[in-house]
Design a binder for this molecule. Structure first.
Ligand code: ADP
Length: 606
């Protein structure tokens, strides 16, 4: 287990302290010992002179040296006075007398010539040594000096004083105990101090560590409060500064990211970002809708695996390998939508690494409008050219001589009149459409009862229906709410629909006009929000495929039939424009078993 800094600091301080105390203790003991030895040496020095003086008398009477008993008595006496062990040693090293040895045992004491103090005394006239005595077993300080008898050249004996250090050793023991006690107390205080010290050092550090952990967890509001002015305080300040900068950076990045996401989300165009290996990194909601996929499904997968369009794969690989912008158009299945793809490459910060960004524009509506425009131009020229060619042809025929035959010329002039009427009709319808589109025709917005519109139109159209042998039926519910609209325009809408119903119903059919209120289904309330006006016939009907297009200008299911019946191909386009101009909607359904049902839904006056 890893030790925390606090324990490392505490243990370190205590170890250093323990070593210091041990060293201090041994140095103190040693210095005391040396001092004691020096002091004892001085004492011995003084006492040796005293004892030497005491022995001088004995030395002057050499016969007394041979009397061990007498010498031993003198030595004992001197020893008692000097408070030291007194030994008299013959120059050959033999112990002549010793205060610490009984007379009877003197013979057994070993030769002392080899002892360091005797050797020194022989050499220099004074010798000292500090060792444990063989005889007493105590640590003893020895001092040896030669004693000379007046009528002898060399030393007659060596006087050796031994001072046992028993007292001193006891003092040292006591001192050891006191030191141990003092050191123990010091150690305890040191433990407390070092723990406090370690705590005061490591507390800011652990605060910093905790703050760093909080930061790592994403809490950017955390700040380190140390209150210290040292390096730790500096570190905390630096970290706080870093956190502020980091937070500012993260805020900036999140704001950028939010804006980018908002942009991507609100875009109508689909956006896809691929990495250099063609794997999907990001797609936006528009693209999810276009391909009916979710971001989670496609992220990280190769584009070719997710979107199975060979054209798209070719485009992606071309862009990524050549690193050039490219574009293409694909047809989605089964929706049939046309997507124009613009692919570009963006270099990454890292070299040789690129992103491909693909923008998908839904061109379906544009292509449809283009088609309508192309069809319109072709149709309008065709529609105008047909009667014009006919008029021109008949005029040429008249000029070529037909005018001379009154019957033929009347017939031809009749046709010319009909064709010019048709031309006029087309131009009027076109003009009306363009006026509605350009806003030149302003629809009135007055409250009107749809019932009266229906009645008046039916009265107007009835002769035509009767002439074709059709039955006109109407179902108008009572108490219909009023709608806001333009009566004349609504009558035009209804008459166009009825006119078509009559035209495209062969034989004797039934044409039904119905009006009923509609309530808002989504709100599940009974509040009437609209009125639905429908014209149903039992005629030839409209194939389902053509239904979405019949409101386009000049679009006809059967061109020849329409022309034959005198249609301009603009009636339904006018209907659609008027209804939408009044804020309503128009559509066509199939009628069962045959025929069509045109429905006009108009909002009611609130
Ligand atoms: P037209 O003058 O040719 O009738 P419209 O715009 O009124 O032009 O109608 C467009 C086409 O829609 C017609 O040519 C016809 O093919 C089809 N159509 C319109 N109304 C009906 C209907 N009630 N029954 C069948 N086909 C219809």
């Amino acid at each position: 287990m890893a030790l925390s800094i606090r324990w490392k600091v505490t243990i370190g301080i205590l170890l250093v302290l323990a070593c210091g105390l041990l060293i201090a203790r041994s140095l103190t003991v040693r210095s005391l010992e040396q001092q004691e030895i020096i002091q004892s040496g001085h004492i011995l020095e003084a006492q040796s002179s005293l004892v030497a003086y005491g022995l001088q008398q004995v030395l002057t009477q050499p016969e007394s040296l041979s009397s061990t008993h007498q010498l031993q008595a003198v030595v004992r006496d001197l020893s008692a006075r000097a408070l030291a062990r007194v030994t008299v040693i013959a120059p050959n090293g033999q112990v002549l007398a010793d205060s610490a040895v009984s007379e009877s045992n003197l013979a057994t004491v070993e030769n002392q010539l080899a002892q360091p103090e005797i050797q020194q005394a022989v050499a220099t006239g004074r010798g000292t040594d500090f060792r444990t005595s063989h005889t007493s077993g105590e640590r003893t300080l020895y001092l040896a000096i030669p004693l000379h008898s007046p009528n002898q050249a060399g030393p007659s004996v060596f006087l050796r004083l031994g001072l046992p250090m028993t007292v001193f050793d006891r003092e040292v023991d006591t001192m050891h105990r006191n030191l141990a006690l003092a050191f123990g107390i010091a150690f305890l205080i040191a433990i407390g101090l070092s723990v406090w010290l370690a705590h005061s050092i490591t507390k800011p550090l652990s605060d910093i560590a905790m703050a760093a952990q909080q930061l790592a967890k994403g809490d950017h509001a955390v700040r380190i409060q140390t209150g210290s002015r040292d390096e730790v305080g500096l570190l905390a300040d630096t970290l706080n500064h870093m956190t502020n900068q980091l937070k500012a950076k993260i805020d900036e990045l999140s704001e950028d990211r939010g804006q980018l996401l908002a942009m991507l989300t609100s875009m109508v165009e689909g956006v896809m970002v691929l990495d250099s290996r063609g794997r999907v990194l990001q797609i936006n909601p528009a693209l999810e809708r276009m391909f009916d996929v979710t971001r989670m499904e496609v992220r990280g997968h190769p584009c070719s695996d997710v979107f199975r369009y060979p054209q798209l794969d070719t485009l992606v690989s071309a862009v990524l390998t050549k690193r050039m912008n490219a574009e293409d158009e694909i047809l989605l299945h089964p929706s049939g939508r046309r997507l124009h793809i613009e692919a570009s490459v963006t270099a990454n910060d890292r070299e040789n690494d690129v992103f491909a960004v693909l923008i998908f524009h839904d061109m379906t509506e544009l292509r449809r409008l283009e088609l309508i425009r192309k069809d319109f131009v072709a149709n309008v020229s065709h529609e105008l050219r047909t009667p014009l060619t006919s008029i021109k042809g008949y005029i040429e025929a008249l000029l070529d001589g037909a005018k001379d035959d009154p019957e033929t010329s009347t017939k031809f002039l009749d046709i010319i009149l009909k064709q010019s009427d048709r031309l006029n009709l087309i131009l009027e319808d076109l003009l009306q459409l363009s006026r509605i589109e350009s806003g030149q025709i302003l629809f009135k917005r007055e409250p009107l009862h749809i019932q009266s519109v229906v009645e008046r139109t039916l009265a107007m159209i009835k002769p035509l229906a009767d002439k074709s042998g059709h039955r006109l039926v109407s179902f108008v519910e009572d108490n219909l709410p009023t709608v806001l609209g333009d009566e004349d325009r609504l009558m035009q809408v209804l008459s166009n629909l009825l006119d078509n119903a009559i035209k495209y119903t062969a034989g004797k059919g039934t044409i039904t006009v119905a009006v009923h209120p509609v309530s808002d289904n989504a709100a599940q309330s009974s509040v009437v929000t609209a009125v639905e006006l429908s014209v149903t016939d039992t005629g030839i009907g409209i194939p389902e495929l053509d239904r979405p297009r019949i409101f386009e200008r000049f679009y006809r299911v059967d061109k020849a039939r329409s022309r034959e019946l005198g249609g301009t191909g603009l009636g339904l386009a006018i209907v659609k424009h008027i209804v939408e101009g009044l804020g309503g909607r128009v559509w066509v359904e199939g009628n069962v078993p045959t025929g069509s049902r045109f429905v006009v839904r108009l909002p009611v006056q609130q």
